[in-house]
Ligand binder design. Structure first.
Ligand SMILES: [Zn+2]
Length: 277
């Protein structure tokens, strides 16, 4: 009897990967960022596209603002066995936000502005194509600044009375000069002093296509190519680009999908939101 028990124990210890073929953590919701783990050496296909899996079996994926309700995740283990997980993506309703008093040219740019906007957009798109093997996304995230929220992810925007593209960031209204901290480790992939819409702009790459953008900065204190740790100061809040006042706009992408940073970091600490520190 004792002998049989020890044989069973050995079998169980020898096959833990079969028990956990796929683990997901995060919100299955539009804008959600989901981190996952599979048996090392597995292949993961999300929405028909093969995604990067680290040597330890880690991956990350993101749902766009308007992601459909049904999506598919396919995992093929090193032994060739494939399993399919049907993902049910919670559908959201987004707020409408009206902002008046913006300089008219920032709402309806002229020809020269449009050329500049296209060039700046190309720089950002290029930086977001990276697919680095780093797994900096596998951490507990922090807010880059804390304070009152003045704009939310996904909202429909009406600027000076005209409907414009949705807002993809979280706006935190804090004074110019407030330090901006890295919400997670990463590598600085873009530094720009003055973009048409976003003013002082910084992109941080957290690996596997997950990036943060920090907009309207007055000062950037790190350089392109630099590695930063979580909590390290990377910039200062400002009022540059298309703004009505000083604030940080923090947004995130998984490649070209616009994702919601709040699904990683959680709600703004309440005391900070109230005190506006
Ligand atoms: Zn904003």
């Amino acid at each position: 009897m004792r002998r049989i028990a020890s044989v069973i124990l050995v079998v169980l210890l020898g096959a833990p990967a079969v028990v956990s073929a796929l683990e997901l953590s995060g919100s299955l919701i539009q804008g959600g960022v989901v981190r996952g783990e599979v048996q090392p050496g597995s292949e993961v296909v999300f929405d028909g596209r093969k995604i990067r899996v680290s040597e330890q079996g880690r991956f990350v994926l993101g749902f766009d603002r308007d992601a459909p309700e049904k999506m598919r995740l396919e995992v093929t283990r090193p032994d060739g066995q494939t399993s399919v997980r049907a993902l049910r993506v919670e559908q959201r309703e987004y707020d409408i936000q009206r902002i008046d008093g913006l300089p008219p040219r920032k709402v309806t740019p002229n020809e020269a502005d449009l050329k500049r906007i296209r060039q700046e957009g190309a720089l950002i798109r290029e930086a977001r194509k990276r697919n680095d093997p780093r797994t900096d996304f596998a951490t507990d995230w922090i807010w880059p600044v804390t304070g009152p929220i003045s704009g939310v992810y996904g909202s429909q925007r009406i600027l000076n009375g005209e409907p414009r593209r949705p807002h993809y960031g979280w706006d935190i209204a804090v004074p110019t000069g407030t330090p901006v901290k890295a919400p997670a480790p990463g590598v600085v992939t873009l530094v720009h002093d003055d973009m048409f819409f976003s003013g002082g702009t910084l992109l941080l790459d957290h690996g596997h296509g997950l990036t943060s953008a920090f907009l309207h900065l007055s000062r950037i204190t790190v350089a392109e190519g630099e590695r930063v740790e979580k909590g390290e100061k990377i910039a200062e809040v400002g009022a540059t680009g298309r703004v009505t006042g000083a604030h940080l706009d923090w947004r995130m992408n998984w490649f070209n999908s616009r994702v919601d940073p709040r699904t990683l970091v959680g709600p703004m600490p309440e005391d900070r939101a109230a005190a506006g520190e």
